[in-house]
Design a protein around this ligand. Structure first.
Ligand code: CDV
Length: 308
C-alpha cells in the first residue's frame, strides 16, 4: 500500500446557531467533493463540526443541550456524508458531540471518528483535555462550558492502522499538551488528526490574545517534530455568533514545518501530499526513543506538581 496520503484539511467558517444539521452536512459534502477533485484520500473536519460551538452558552435544560449531540453516527442527517465518502472512496475524520447510551447510563463526550474509504468507522477518540469551566461565569462575553457539558474521554490516545500507516486523533485543547503527542508517539504514530475551535480572546488572560495564532502553530509544530509525525490541525473559525475564532488550519510535516496553511477564516480546503516515511529519519535518529529516551531517570529529578 502507498505510504503517501493525499490529505485535505477542510476548515469550516462559522456555523450559525440556527443552521440545521442538513445545511452543515451539505457544507461538509461540498468540501469532500472538492477534496476528491484534488486527489485526496482523506479529509479532516474540525472539532464539533456539525453544530455551532454550543459550550459558549449556559443552558439549563438538558433537552436543549442534548439537541447539539449525535445519538448515532451515521444518523439520518449524517448518512449522506458517509454515503458520499464510500462512493468517492474517501476517508474522513469528523468531530462531533457524542451522546452515548451505555449500560451504566447516558454519557456526553466531545468526540471524533476516523472513517475509512468504504465509509466504515475505524476509530473513535473522546477528548481528554477539556478546557473552560463547569459553572457559568456571567462576567464573560461568552462562556466556555466544556467541563459542564462533556465528560473526560475514557478511550485514551489510541492509534489505528489505517490508510497505509499508523494514525491517531486528538481534539483542540489536547494539542497544547505534550503528553498527547508523546502517548501516540510511543505507539509509533505517523499522522495525528485534530480539529479545533479556538476563540481569539481568552477572558482569563487577555494579555496573551495576540499570541493565539503563534501558540496554535507552536504546539502542533513541536508535537510533530518531537515525535516524527505529521500533524493536521483544522479550525472552525471566523466570527461565530459574536465570538471570533482563529483559523490558521495547517498541515505540518514531521520536520515541524508547515507545508500547507489556510488563508481565510471561512470554508476552505488545503491539501498536501503526506509521505508517512518522512517521519522515519526523526524516529530513527534524534528521536529514537529506544536509544535516547530516559524515562527511568525523569522521576528522580522532580516530583510533578499536584501529585504530592
Ligand atoms: N475548544 C477548545 O478546546 N478550545 C481551547 C480554548 C478554550 C483555549 C483551545 O485550546 O483552543
Amino acid at each position: 500500500m502507498s505510504r503517501v496520503i493525499t490529505l485535505g484539511a477542510a476548515q469550516l467558517g462559522p456555523i450559525a446557531q440556527s443552521e440545521s444539521r442538513q445545511q452543515v452536512v451539505q457544507r461538509l459534502i461540498d468540501l469532500m467533493k472538492q477534496a476528491k477533485t484534488m486527489g485526496c484520500d482523506l479529509v479532516v473536519y474540525p472539532e464539533l463540526a456539525l453544530t455551532t460551538f454550543f459550550p459558549r452558552w449556559y443552558m439549563a435544560d438538558q433537552a436543549d443541550i442534548d439537541a447539539y449531540f449525535e445519538r448515532q453516527l451515521p444518523g439520518p442527517d449524517t448518512q449522506p456524508l458517509f454515503d458520499l465518502a464510500a462512493q468517492l472512496g474517501m476517508g474522513f475524520c469528523l468531530g462531533y458531540g457524542e451522546l452515548a447510551v451505555e449500560a451504566d447510563g447516558v454519557h456526553h463526550y466531545n468526540s471524533a471518528i476516523l472513517v475509512d474509504s468504504q465509509g466504515a468507522i475505524v476509530g473513535k477518540y473522546r477528548k481528554i483535555h477539556l478546557p473552560g469551566h463547569s459553572e457559568p461565569e456571567p462576567w464573560r462575553a461568552f462562556q466556555h462550558l466544556e467541563k459542564r457539558y462533556f465528560e473526560v474521554g475514557n478511550l485514551g490516545f489510541p492509534v489505528w492502522q489505517a490508510f497505509g500507516g499508523t494514525l491517531g486523533m486528538c481534539i483542540c485543547n489536547d494539542r497544547r499538551w505534550p503528553e498527547t503527542y508523546r502517548v501516540m508517539g510511543l505507539q509509533g504514530v505517523e499522522m495525528i488528526l485534530l480539529g479545533y475551535n479556538t476563540p481569539q480572546h481568552n477572558p482569563h488572560d487577555p494579555s496573551s490574545d495576540h499570541l493565539n495564532h503563534f501558540h496554535n502553530h507552536l504546539s502542533m509544530q513541536a508535537g510533530a517534530y518531537q515525535n516524527g509525525t505529521w500533524v493536521v490541525g483544522v479550525a472552525k473559525c471566523g466570527r461565530e455568533e459574536d465570538c471570533d475564532m482563529i483559523g490558521d488550519s495547517a498541515i505540518i510535516a514531521p520536520s515541524g514545518e508547515i507545508v500547507a496553511k489556510a488563508l481565510t477564516v471561512g470554508d476552505e480546503l488545503i491539501v498536501a501530499r503526506c509521505d508517512l516515511d518522512a517521519g522515519k529519519p526523526y524516529k530513527t535518529t534524534i528521536f529514537n526513543f529506544a536509544a535516547h529516551r530516559r524515562p527511568e531517570h525523569y522521576g528522580l529529578i522532580c516530583q510533578p506538581m499536584g501529585t504530592a
